[in-house]
Design a protein around this ligand. Structure first.
Ligand code: NAP
Length: 546
Protein backbone atom coordinates (compact mmCIF):
# COMPACT_ATOMS: atom_id res chain seq x y z
CA UNK A 1 0.00 0.00 0.00
CA UNK A 2 1.31 3.43 -0.83
CA UNK A 3 0.66 5.96 1.83
CA UNK A 4 0.16 9.41 0.44
CA UNK A 5 1.09 12.56 2.26
CA UNK A 6 -2.49 13.72 2.38
CA UNK A 7 -4.48 12.64 5.32
CA UNK A 8 -7.00 9.99 4.46
CA UNK A 9 -9.37 8.55 6.95
CA UNK A 10 -11.35 5.95 5.15
CA UNK A 11 -15.02 5.97 6.06
CA UNK A 12 -15.32 2.22 5.41
CA UNK A 13 -12.53 1.07 7.65
CA UNK A 14 -12.40 4.14 9.89
CA UNK A 15 -8.65 3.76 9.71
CA UNK A 16 -6.49 6.82 10.00
CA UNK A 17 -3.85 6.78 7.30
CA UNK A 18 -0.61 8.55 8.07
CA UNK A 19 2.94 8.61 6.88
CA UNK A 20 4.23 8.55 10.42
CA UNK A 21 2.77 7.91 13.81
CA UNK A 22 4.71 9.47 16.65
CA UNK A 23 4.17 8.14 20.16
CA UNK A 24 4.52 10.85 22.80
CA UNK A 25 4.27 14.65 22.89
CA UNK A 26 7.37 15.35 24.93
CA UNK A 27 10.43 17.21 23.71
CA UNK A 28 11.25 14.53 21.12
CA UNK A 29 7.73 13.97 19.77
CA UNK A 30 7.21 17.70 19.37
CA UNK A 31 10.39 18.24 17.40
CA UNK A 32 9.90 15.07 15.32
CA UNK A 33 6.49 16.30 14.25
CA UNK A 34 7.89 19.68 13.32
CA UNK A 35 10.60 18.12 11.13
CA UNK A 36 8.39 15.57 9.42
CA UNK A 37 5.86 18.23 8.55
CA UNK A 38 8.60 20.22 6.88
CA UNK A 39 9.30 17.14 4.73
CA UNK A 40 5.67 17.26 3.62
CA UNK A 41 4.74 14.10 5.48
CA UNK A 42 1.48 13.52 7.25
CA UNK A 43 2.55 12.81 10.79
CA UNK A 44 0.54 12.76 13.96
CA UNK A 45 1.46 12.58 17.62
CA UNK A 46 -0.50 10.48 20.12
CA UNK A 47 -0.10 11.38 23.76
CA UNK A 48 -1.51 9.88 26.96
CA UNK A 49 -1.46 13.20 28.82
CA UNK A 50 -3.80 16.09 28.24
CA UNK A 51 -1.12 18.26 26.67
CA UNK A 52 2.48 18.56 25.54
CA UNK A 53 5.55 18.40 27.77
CA UNK A 54 6.38 14.75 28.44
CA UNK A 55 8.58 14.51 31.49
CA UNK A 56 7.80 18.16 32.34
CA UNK A 57 4.11 17.48 32.04
CA UNK A 58 4.16 14.59 34.50
CA UNK A 59 6.89 15.51 37.00
CA UNK A 60 5.28 18.43 38.82
CA UNK A 61 6.54 17.62 42.29
CA UNK A 62 7.73 20.56 44.39
CA UNK A 63 11.29 21.54 43.53
CA UNK A 64 11.31 19.81 40.12
CA UNK A 65 13.84 21.57 37.95
CA UNK A 66 16.34 20.82 35.25
CA UNK A 67 19.91 20.18 36.29
CA UNK A 68 21.55 21.30 33.08
CA UNK A 69 21.75 25.08 32.71
CA UNK A 70 18.60 26.49 31.14
CA UNK A 71 20.07 27.88 27.90
CA UNK A 72 21.81 24.59 27.27
CA UNK A 73 18.61 22.70 28.00
CA UNK A 74 16.56 24.24 25.22
CA UNK A 75 15.92 23.55 21.56
CA UNK A 76 18.61 24.80 19.21
CA UNK A 77 16.81 24.21 15.92
CA UNK A 78 15.30 27.68 15.69
CA UNK A 79 17.49 30.69 16.28
CA UNK A 80 14.40 32.94 16.49
CA UNK A 81 12.91 30.73 19.18
CA UNK A 82 16.15 30.81 21.08
CA UNK A 83 16.43 34.57 20.89
CA UNK A 84 12.85 35.32 21.85
CA UNK A 85 12.64 33.06 24.92
CA UNK A 86 14.26 34.39 28.08
CA UNK A 87 14.97 31.97 30.92
CA UNK A 88 14.61 33.42 34.39
CA UNK A 89 16.80 31.03 36.40
CA UNK A 90 20.13 29.32 35.92
CA UNK A 91 18.30 25.98 36.30
CA UNK A 92 14.71 26.46 35.21
CA UNK A 93 11.95 24.98 37.35
CA UNK A 94 9.32 22.64 35.93
CA UNK A 95 6.57 25.30 35.50
CA UNK A 96 8.88 27.49 33.43
CA UNK A 97 10.03 24.60 31.25
CA UNK A 98 6.44 23.56 30.69
CA UNK A 99 5.56 27.16 29.73
CA UNK A 100 8.46 27.06 27.28
CA UNK A 101 7.24 23.82 25.72
CA UNK A 102 3.72 25.24 25.45
CA UNK A 103 5.20 28.27 23.74
CA UNK A 104 7.02 26.00 21.28
CA UNK A 105 3.80 24.06 20.61
CA UNK A 106 1.96 27.28 19.86
CA UNK A 107 4.72 28.95 17.93
CA UNK A 108 5.06 26.00 15.54
CA UNK A 109 1.35 25.19 15.60
CA UNK A 110 2.06 21.64 16.72
CA UNK A 111 -1.19 20.82 18.48
CA UNK A 112 -3.21 20.60 15.28
CA UNK A 113 -1.48 17.26 14.61
CA UNK A 114 -1.61 15.96 18.14
CA UNK A 115 -4.15 13.71 19.78
CA UNK A 116 -4.22 13.88 23.58
CA UNK A 117 -5.69 11.63 26.26
CA UNK A 118 -4.85 8.70 24.05
CA UNK A 119 -2.41 5.87 24.55
CA UNK A 120 -0.99 3.70 21.82
CA UNK A 121 -2.06 0.19 22.83
CA UNK A 122 -0.45 -1.83 20.04
CA UNK A 123 1.73 -1.47 16.98
CA UNK A 124 2.06 -4.42 14.60
CA UNK A 125 4.15 -4.51 11.46
CA UNK A 126 2.16 -5.84 8.52
CA UNK A 127 4.46 -7.54 6.04
CA UNK A 128 1.88 -7.63 3.27
CA UNK A 129 1.51 -3.86 3.13
CA UNK A 130 4.84 -2.83 4.69
CA UNK A 131 2.98 -0.65 7.12
CA UNK A 132 2.55 -0.35 10.85
CA UNK A 133 -0.92 -1.12 12.08
CA UNK A 134 -1.37 0.87 15.22
CA UNK A 135 -4.28 0.89 17.67
CA UNK A 136 -5.08 3.37 20.40
CA UNK A 137 -6.84 2.74 23.69
CA UNK A 138 -9.70 4.85 22.40
CA UNK A 139 -10.34 2.41 19.55
CA UNK A 140 -8.70 4.37 16.73
CA UNK A 141 -6.91 2.28 14.10
CA UNK A 142 -3.99 3.85 12.33
CA UNK A 143 -1.96 2.68 9.40
CA UNK A 144 1.41 4.33 8.94
CA UNK A 145 4.62 3.72 7.07
CA UNK A 146 6.79 4.85 9.94
CA UNK A 147 6.28 4.32 13.64
CA UNK A 148 8.37 6.52 15.90
CA UNK A 149 8.63 5.94 19.62
CA UNK A 150 9.17 9.31 21.28
CA UNK A 151 8.23 7.70 24.54
CA UNK A 152 10.95 9.10 26.80
CA UNK A 153 13.53 7.34 28.93
CA UNK A 154 12.02 8.03 32.33
CA UNK A 155 8.30 8.11 31.68
CA UNK A 156 6.91 5.00 33.36
CA UNK A 157 6.92 5.29 37.16
CA UNK A 158 8.31 2.44 39.20
CA UNK A 159 5.23 1.01 40.90
CA UNK A 160 5.29 0.96 44.68
CA UNK A 161 5.36 -2.65 45.91
CA UNK A 162 5.30 -2.23 49.68
CA UNK A 163 3.68 -4.64 52.02
CA UNK A 164 0.43 -3.13 53.30
CA UNK A 165 0.51 -0.08 51.01
CA UNK A 166 -3.19 -0.33 50.16
CA UNK A 167 -4.12 -0.08 53.82
CA UNK A 168 -2.82 3.46 54.19
CA UNK A 169 -5.80 5.76 54.64
CA UNK A 170 -4.09 9.06 53.82
CA UNK A 171 -3.09 10.34 50.37
CA UNK A 172 -0.10 8.88 48.54
CA UNK A 173 1.80 10.52 45.70
CA UNK A 174 4.39 9.43 43.16
CA UNK A 175 6.83 12.17 42.19
CA UNK A 176 6.53 11.10 38.55
CA UNK A 177 2.72 11.53 38.54
CA UNK A 178 2.23 14.60 40.67
CA UNK A 179 -1.29 16.12 40.85
CA UNK A 180 -1.69 19.12 38.55
CA UNK A 181 -3.34 21.19 41.25
CA UNK A 182 -0.33 20.75 43.54
CA UNK A 183 -0.30 19.45 47.10
CA UNK A 184 -0.42 21.51 50.27
CA UNK A 185 1.59 19.79 53.00
CA UNK A 186 1.17 22.62 55.51
CA UNK A 187 1.17 21.20 59.01
CA UNK A 188 1.24 17.62 57.74
CA UNK A 189 3.51 14.74 58.70
CA UNK A 190 4.98 13.41 55.48
CA UNK A 191 6.92 10.24 54.65
CA UNK A 192 9.19 10.39 51.60
CA UNK A 193 10.39 7.01 50.38
CA UNK A 194 13.46 7.16 48.15
CA UNK A 195 16.47 9.45 47.93
CA UNK A 196 17.16 9.81 44.20
CA UNK A 197 17.06 13.09 42.23
CA UNK A 198 13.30 13.52 42.59
CA UNK A 199 13.42 13.10 46.38
CA UNK A 200 16.52 15.23 46.72
CA UNK A 201 14.81 18.06 44.86
CA UNK A 202 11.47 17.75 46.61
CA UNK A 203 12.43 17.11 50.26
CA UNK A 204 13.71 20.65 50.97
CA UNK A 205 10.48 22.05 49.47
CA UNK A 206 8.20 19.66 51.32
CA UNK A 207 10.06 20.49 54.55
CA UNK A 208 9.10 24.14 54.14
CA UNK A 209 5.45 23.23 54.66
CA UNK A 210 5.30 19.96 56.55
CA UNK A 211 5.35 19.72 60.32
CA UNK A 212 7.45 16.53 60.22
CA UNK A 213 9.28 14.91 57.32
CA UNK A 214 10.46 11.31 57.52
CA UNK A 215 12.94 10.46 54.79
CA UNK A 216 13.25 6.71 54.18
CA UNK A 217 16.63 6.13 52.58
CA UNK A 218 17.73 2.80 51.17
CA UNK A 219 20.85 4.01 49.35
CA UNK A 220 22.36 7.45 49.89
CA UNK A 221 23.11 9.34 46.69
CA UNK A 222 25.86 11.75 45.86
CA UNK A 223 24.48 15.22 45.39
CA UNK A 224 26.20 18.45 44.43
CA UNK A 225 24.84 21.96 44.89
CA UNK A 226 23.11 23.66 41.97
CA UNK A 227 23.81 27.19 43.17
CA UNK A 228 20.66 28.10 41.38
CA UNK A 229 19.48 31.67 41.11
CA UNK A 230 18.20 34.25 38.68
CA UNK A 231 20.09 34.33 35.41
CA UNK A 232 22.31 37.30 35.07
CA UNK A 233 21.19 38.98 31.79
CA UNK A 234 24.85 39.29 30.84
CA UNK A 235 25.09 35.48 30.87
CA UNK A 236 22.15 35.20 28.49
CA UNK A 237 23.60 37.87 26.22
CA UNK A 238 26.96 36.15 26.27
CA UNK A 239 25.38 32.83 25.37
CA UNK A 240 23.44 34.36 22.49
CA UNK A 241 26.42 36.34 21.24
CA UNK A 242 28.33 33.06 20.81
CA UNK A 243 25.28 31.00 20.03
CA UNK A 244 26.64 29.17 17.00
CA UNK A 245 29.86 28.31 18.73
CA UNK A 246 28.10 27.22 21.92
CA UNK A 247 25.73 24.95 20.07
CA UNK A 248 28.62 23.44 18.19
CA UNK A 249 30.50 22.84 21.44
CA UNK A 250 27.50 20.98 22.82
CA UNK A 251 27.38 18.76 19.77
CA UNK A 252 30.96 17.62 20.06
CA UNK A 253 31.02 17.48 23.83
CA UNK A 254 31.08 14.41 26.02
CA UNK A 255 27.58 14.74 27.46
CA UNK A 256 25.85 17.40 25.40
CA UNK A 257 26.62 20.37 27.56
CA UNK A 258 29.64 22.55 27.52
CA UNK A 259 31.03 21.79 30.96
CA UNK A 260 30.74 18.06 30.44
CA UNK A 261 34.17 17.79 28.87
CA UNK A 262 36.58 16.58 31.51
CA UNK A 263 39.50 18.85 32.20
CA UNK A 264 42.85 17.57 30.98
CA UNK A 265 44.01 16.75 34.50
CA UNK A 266 44.07 13.32 36.09
CA UNK A 267 43.14 13.25 39.78
CA UNK A 268 45.75 10.59 40.45
CA UNK A 269 48.50 12.73 38.97
CA UNK A 270 47.57 15.95 40.67
CA UNK A 271 49.01 16.99 44.03
CA UNK A 272 46.74 16.99 47.08
CA UNK A 273 46.43 20.77 47.34
CA UNK A 274 45.80 21.38 43.67
CA UNK A 275 43.31 18.52 43.51
CA UNK A 276 41.42 19.95 46.44
CA UNK A 277 41.40 23.38 44.79
CA UNK A 278 40.03 21.96 41.56
CA UNK A 279 37.28 20.10 43.41
CA UNK A 280 36.48 23.18 45.50
CA UNK A 281 36.21 25.39 42.44
CA UNK A 282 33.94 22.86 40.70
CA UNK A 283 31.80 22.57 43.84
CA UNK A 284 31.55 26.37 43.95
CA UNK A 285 30.61 26.41 40.27
CA UNK A 286 27.90 23.84 41.01
CA UNK A 287 26.08 21.20 39.00
CA UNK A 288 27.69 18.38 37.10
CA UNK A 289 31.00 20.16 36.76
CA UNK A 290 32.28 18.23 39.80
CA UNK A 291 31.92 14.95 37.93
CA UNK A 292 34.08 16.18 35.08
CA UNK A 293 36.71 17.81 37.30
CA UNK A 294 39.25 15.14 36.32
CA UNK A 295 39.35 12.82 33.35
CA UNK A 296 39.92 9.67 35.42
CA UNK A 297 37.03 9.93 37.91
CA UNK A 298 34.74 7.68 35.89
CA UNK A 299 37.29 5.00 35.07
CA UNK A 300 39.98 4.78 37.76
CA UNK A 301 38.89 3.54 41.20
CA UNK A 302 41.65 5.51 42.92
CA UNK A 303 40.65 8.78 41.26
CA UNK A 304 37.02 7.98 41.92
CA UNK A 305 37.71 7.43 45.60
CA UNK A 306 39.26 10.90 45.72
CA UNK A 307 36.08 12.45 44.34
CA UNK A 308 34.01 10.34 46.73
CA UNK A 309 36.10 11.45 49.68
CA UNK A 310 35.76 15.09 48.69
CA UNK A 311 31.96 14.74 48.44
CA UNK A 312 31.81 12.87 51.78
CA UNK A 313 33.78 15.65 53.47
CA UNK A 314 31.28 18.17 52.12
CA UNK A 315 28.37 16.18 53.56
CA UNK A 316 30.11 15.99 56.94
CA UNK A 317 30.77 19.73 56.78
CA UNK A 318 27.14 20.64 55.98
CA UNK A 319 25.21 18.21 58.18
CA UNK A 320 25.61 19.14 61.83
CA UNK A 321 24.65 15.83 63.42
CA UNK A 322 27.58 13.45 62.77
CA UNK A 323 25.39 10.35 62.91
CA UNK A 324 22.98 11.71 60.31
CA UNK A 325 25.88 12.90 58.18
CA UNK A 326 27.42 9.43 58.23
CA UNK A 327 24.15 7.88 57.10
CA UNK A 328 24.01 10.33 54.21
CA UNK A 329 27.52 9.51 53.00
CA UNK A 330 27.28 7.04 50.11
CA UNK A 331 29.32 3.89 50.53
CA UNK A 332 29.97 0.80 48.52
CA UNK A 333 29.62 2.19 45.01
CA UNK A 334 31.68 4.63 42.93
CA UNK A 335 31.04 8.37 42.85
CA UNK A 336 28.82 9.17 39.85
CA UNK A 337 28.01 5.53 39.06
CA UNK A 338 24.44 6.19 40.15
CA UNK A 339 23.28 9.36 38.49
CA UNK A 340 24.65 12.36 40.32
CA UNK A 341 21.97 14.57 41.88
CA UNK A 342 22.02 18.34 41.79
CA UNK A 343 20.31 19.97 44.74
CA UNK A 344 19.23 23.14 46.41
CA UNK A 345 19.58 22.75 50.16
CA UNK A 346 19.31 18.97 50.36
CA UNK A 347 21.96 18.17 52.95
CA UNK A 348 21.13 21.39 54.82
CA UNK A 349 17.54 20.27 55.31
CA UNK A 350 18.70 17.59 57.73
CA UNK A 351 19.81 20.33 60.12
CA UNK A 352 16.16 21.15 60.72
CA UNK A 353 14.62 19.50 63.76
CA UNK A 354 11.50 18.36 61.97
CA UNK A 355 13.37 16.44 59.23
CA UNK A 356 14.33 12.88 60.16
CA UNK A 357 16.45 10.39 58.24
CA UNK A 358 15.60 6.72 58.52
CA UNK A 359 18.28 4.42 57.20
CA UNK A 360 16.55 1.41 55.68
CA UNK A 361 19.83 -0.48 55.49
CA UNK A 362 19.97 -0.48 59.29
CA UNK A 363 16.24 -0.84 59.88
CA UNK A 364 14.43 -2.15 56.81
CA UNK A 365 10.94 -1.00 55.97
CA UNK A 366 8.61 -3.82 56.97
CA UNK A 367 5.14 -2.57 56.18
CA UNK A 368 2.88 0.34 55.49
CA UNK A 369 -0.05 0.52 57.89
CA UNK A 370 -3.34 2.44 57.94
CA UNK A 371 -1.56 5.36 59.57
CA UNK A 372 2.06 5.26 58.57
CA UNK A 373 5.26 3.41 57.81
CA UNK A 374 6.91 0.76 59.95
CA UNK A 375 10.48 -0.40 60.01
CA UNK A 376 12.03 -3.24 61.96
CA UNK A 377 12.66 -0.77 64.75
CA UNK A 378 9.86 1.79 64.88
CA UNK A 379 6.57 3.03 63.50
CA UNK A 380 6.15 6.49 61.93
CA UNK A 381 2.67 7.98 61.93
CA UNK A 382 2.18 10.18 58.88
CA UNK A 383 -0.60 12.02 57.06
CA UNK A 384 0.78 11.49 53.54
CA UNK A 385 3.31 9.30 51.75
CA UNK A 386 5.43 10.43 48.80
CA UNK A 387 6.88 7.63 46.70
CA UNK A 388 10.02 9.04 45.08
CA UNK A 389 11.04 5.61 43.85
CA UNK A 390 11.93 6.35 40.27
CA UNK A 391 11.07 4.83 36.91
CA UNK A 392 11.18 1.72 34.80
CA UNK A 393 13.86 3.45 32.77
CA UNK A 394 14.53 3.31 29.04
CA UNK A 395 12.48 0.24 28.20
CA UNK A 396 9.43 0.75 30.45
CA UNK A 397 7.30 2.76 28.04
CA UNK A 398 7.92 0.42 25.10
CA UNK A 399 7.25 -2.69 27.15
CA UNK A 400 3.80 -1.33 27.95
CA UNK A 401 2.84 -1.31 24.26
CA UNK A 402 2.10 -4.55 22.41
CA UNK A 403 4.69 -4.19 19.64
CA UNK A 404 5.36 -6.86 17.04
CA UNK A 405 7.68 -6.73 14.08
CA UNK A 406 8.32 -9.13 11.22
CA UNK A 407 7.01 -12.70 11.58
CA UNK A 408 5.07 -11.70 14.68
CA UNK A 409 8.23 -11.18 16.72
CA UNK A 410 7.26 -9.27 19.84
CA UNK A 411 9.52 -6.61 21.27
CA UNK A 412 9.22 -8.30 24.64
CA UNK A 413 10.70 -11.47 23.12
CA UNK A 414 13.35 -9.56 21.19
CA UNK A 415 14.41 -7.77 24.39
CA UNK A 416 14.01 -10.69 26.80
CA UNK A 417 17.70 -10.51 27.71
CA UNK A 418 17.73 -6.73 27.80
CA UNK A 419 17.33 -4.12 25.07
CA UNK A 420 19.16 -4.71 21.81
CA UNK A 421 19.35 -1.99 19.20
CA UNK A 422 21.55 -0.66 16.48
CA UNK A 423 22.74 2.81 17.52
CA UNK A 424 19.82 3.08 19.91
CA UNK A 425 17.73 4.00 16.88
CA UNK A 426 16.38 0.78 15.43
CA UNK A 427 15.80 -2.89 16.23
CA UNK A 428 16.38 -5.86 13.94
CA UNK A 429 13.06 -7.36 12.92
CA UNK A 430 11.18 -4.08 13.34
CA UNK A 431 11.38 -2.28 9.99
CA UNK A 432 10.65 1.46 9.93
CA UNK A 433 10.26 1.50 13.71
CA UNK A 434 12.44 4.09 15.40
CA UNK A 435 13.34 4.80 19.01
CA UNK A 436 14.31 8.38 19.79
CA UNK A 437 17.04 8.29 22.44
CA UNK A 438 16.54 4.56 22.72
CA UNK A 439 18.72 2.19 24.73
CA UNK A 440 22.16 1.97 23.16
CA UNK A 441 22.35 5.73 22.57
CA UNK A 442 23.84 8.40 24.89
CA UNK A 443 20.35 9.50 25.98
CA UNK A 444 20.22 9.62 29.78
CA UNK A 445 23.98 10.08 30.06
CA UNK A 446 23.64 13.37 28.22
CA UNK A 447 21.77 16.62 27.96
CA UNK A 448 18.60 14.96 26.67
CA UNK A 449 17.55 17.80 24.43
CA UNK A 450 20.83 17.76 22.52
CA UNK A 451 20.58 14.00 22.03
CA UNK A 452 16.94 14.28 21.03
CA UNK A 453 17.70 16.87 18.36
CA UNK A 454 20.53 14.73 17.02
CA UNK A 455 18.27 11.68 16.71
CA UNK A 456 15.38 13.61 15.21
CA UNK A 457 17.65 15.33 12.67
CA UNK A 458 19.26 12.03 11.73
CA UNK A 459 15.87 10.33 11.34
CA UNK A 460 14.51 13.22 9.32
CA UNK A 461 17.44 12.96 6.93
CA UNK A 462 16.89 9.21 6.70
CA UNK A 463 13.16 9.45 6.06
CA UNK A 464 13.73 12.25 3.54
CA UNK A 465 16.29 10.08 1.77
CA UNK A 466 14.01 7.03 1.75
CA UNK A 467 11.11 9.02 0.40
CA UNK A 468 13.31 10.72 -2.18
CA UNK A 469 14.87 7.61 -3.69
CA UNK A 470 11.96 5.21 -3.23
CA UNK A 471 13.20 3.07 -0.38
CA UNK A 472 10.28 1.41 1.35
CA UNK A 473 11.89 -0.23 4.32
CA UNK A 474 14.90 0.03 6.57
CA UNK A 475 16.04 -2.16 9.42
CA UNK A 476 19.42 -2.99 10.92
CA UNK A 477 21.12 -6.25 10.06
CA UNK A 478 21.45 -8.70 12.92
CA UNK A 479 25.25 -8.53 12.64
CA UNK A 480 25.35 -4.76 12.97
CA UNK A 481 22.96 -4.85 15.90
CA UNK A 482 24.96 -7.54 17.67
CA UNK A 483 28.18 -5.65 17.08
CA UNK A 484 26.64 -2.46 18.45
CA UNK A 485 25.30 -4.21 21.56
CA UNK A 486 28.77 -5.69 22.15
CA UNK A 487 30.37 -2.29 21.70
CA UNK A 488 27.91 -0.62 24.13
CA UNK A 489 28.63 -3.29 26.74
CA UNK A 490 32.34 -3.30 26.16
CA UNK A 491 32.88 0.39 26.72
CA UNK A 492 30.52 0.43 29.71
CA UNK A 493 32.70 -2.35 31.12
CA UNK A 494 35.75 -0.06 30.97
CA UNK A 495 34.05 2.38 33.33
CA UNK A 496 32.97 2.25 36.96
CA UNK A 497 29.32 2.74 36.01
CA UNK A 498 28.58 -0.96 36.05
CA UNK A 499 29.62 -1.23 39.70
CA UNK A 500 26.48 0.32 41.18
CA UNK A 501 22.95 -1.01 41.35
CA UNK A 502 21.49 1.78 39.29
CA UNK A 503 18.49 2.23 37.04
CA UNK A 504 21.01 2.53 34.15
CA UNK A 505 21.34 -1.25 34.63
CA UNK A 506 17.66 -1.88 35.34
CA UNK A 507 18.62 -2.84 38.91
CA UNK A 508 15.70 -0.90 40.43
CA UNK A 509 13.03 -3.04 38.78
CA UNK A 510 12.58 -6.59 40.08
CA UNK A 511 13.26 -9.15 37.35
CA UNK A 512 14.65 -6.68 34.81
CA UNK A 513 17.73 -8.04 33.00
CA UNK A 514 20.92 -6.44 34.27
CA UNK A 515 22.26 -4.68 31.19
CA UNK A 516 23.88 -1.26 31.01
CA UNK A 517 21.40 0.47 28.73
CA UNK A 518 22.77 3.85 27.63
CA UNK A 519 25.78 4.34 25.35
CA UNK A 520 28.69 5.74 27.30
CA UNK A 521 30.98 6.60 24.38
CA UNK A 522 30.04 10.30 24.50
CA UNK A 523 27.71 12.55 22.59
CA UNK A 524 30.33 13.92 20.19
CA UNK A 525 31.81 10.53 19.29
CA UNK A 526 28.37 9.00 18.91
CA UNK A 527 27.21 11.80 16.62
CA UNK A 528 30.25 11.26 14.41
CA UNK A 529 29.45 7.56 14.19
CA UNK A 530 25.83 8.18 13.21
CA UNK A 531 26.91 10.72 10.62
CA UNK A 532 29.40 8.26 9.16
CA UNK A 533 26.77 5.51 9.04
CA UNK A 534 24.48 7.78 7.00
CA UNK A 535 27.29 9.03 4.78
CA UNK A 536 28.19 5.44 3.94
CA UNK A 537 24.78 4.57 2.56
CA UNK A 538 23.30 3.72 5.97
CA UNK A 539 25.96 1.18 6.73
CA UNK A 540 24.73 -1.68 8.88
CA UNK A 541 21.14 -1.29 7.72
CA UNK A 542 19.20 -3.22 5.10
CA UNK A 543 17.31 -0.91 2.77
CA UNK A 544 14.58 -2.30 0.55
CA UNK A 545 12.83 -0.68 -2.36
CA UNK A 546 9.08 -0.72 -2.59
P1 NAP B 1 15.77 7.11 41.27
O1 NAP B 1 17.00 7.86 41.01
O2 NAP B 1 15.61 5.77 40.69
O3 NAP B 1 15.59 7.06 42.84
C1 NAP B 1 14.64 6.25 43.41
C2 NAP B 1 14.88 6.16 44.88
O4 NAP B 1 13.89 5.33 45.46
C3 NAP B 1 16.23 5.55 45.23
O5 NAP B 1 16.75 6.19 46.35
C4 NAP B 1 15.85 4.11 45.53
O6 NAP B 1 16.73 3.44 46.38
C5 NAP B 1 14.53 4.31 46.20
N1 NAP B 1 13.70 3.13 46.17
C6 NAP B 1 13.21 2.49 45.09
N2 NAP B 1 12.50 1.41 45.47
C7 NAP B 1 12.56 1.39 46.82
C8 NAP B 1 12.05 0.51 47.80
N3 NAP B 1 11.33 -0.55 47.46
N4 NAP B 1 12.30 0.77 49.08
C9 NAP B 1 13.03 1.86 49.44
N5 NAP B 1 13.55 2.71 48.56
C10 NAP B 1 13.31 2.48 47.26
O7 NAP B 1 14.46 7.94 40.81
P2 NAP B 1 14.27 9.51 40.67
O8 NAP B 1 14.75 10.20 41.88
O9 NAP B 1 12.87 9.74 40.25
O10 NAP B 1 15.23 9.90 39.51
C11 NAP B 1 15.30 9.12 38.32
C12 NAP B 1 16.05 9.87 37.28
O11 NAP B 1 15.21 10.87 36.74
C13 NAP B 1 17.26 10.62 37.78
O12 NAP B 1 18.36 9.81 37.97
C14 NAP B 1 17.42 11.61 36.66
O13 NAP B 1 18.01 11.03 35.54
C15 NAP B 1 15.98 11.95 36.35
N6 NAP B 1 15.60 13.11 37.12
C16 NAP B 1 16.15 14.27 36.73
C17 NAP B 1 15.89 15.39 37.41
C18 NAP B 1 16.51 16.64 36.90
O14 NAP B 1 17.11 16.70 35.91
N7 NAP B 1 16.41 17.69 37.55
C19 NAP B 1 15.07 15.37 38.51
C20 NAP B 1 14.49 14.18 38.90
C21 NAP B 1 14.77 13.04 38.18
P3 NAP B 1 17.93 2.54 45.77
O15 NAP B 1 18.92 3.52 45.25
O16 NAP B 1 18.39 1.73 46.92
O17 NAP B 1 17.32 1.70 44.67
Amino acid sequence: MTVTSTQARSAETATTVLDAVIIGAGISGMYMLHRLRALGLKARVYEAGTDVGGTWYWNRYPGARVDIESQEYSYSFSEELEREWKWSERYAAQPEILRYLNHVAERFDLRRDMVFNTRIASAHFDEASNTWQVATDTGEQITARFCIAATGCLSVPNEPRFEGQDRFTGPTYHTGRWPHEGVDFTGKRVAVIGTGSSAIQSIPQIAQQASEVYVFQRTPNYSVPAHNGPINPAVTEGWLASREENRQLQKVSRAGFIFSNPGGLLATQTGDNERREVFESRWAQGGFSVQSAFADIGVDPVANAMAAEFAADKIREIVKDPETAEKLVPKGYPFGAKRLCVDTGYYEVFNQDHVHLIDLRETPLTTITETGVETTEAGFEVDAIVFAIGFDAMTGALSKIDITGREGLSLTQAWAEGPKTYLGLMITGFPNFFTITGPGSPSVLSNMIVSIEQHVDWLTDLIGYMTGVGIALIEPTLESQNAWVDHVNEIAGHTLYTQANSWYLGANIPGKPRVFMPYIGGVGAYRELCTAVAANGYMGFKLRRA
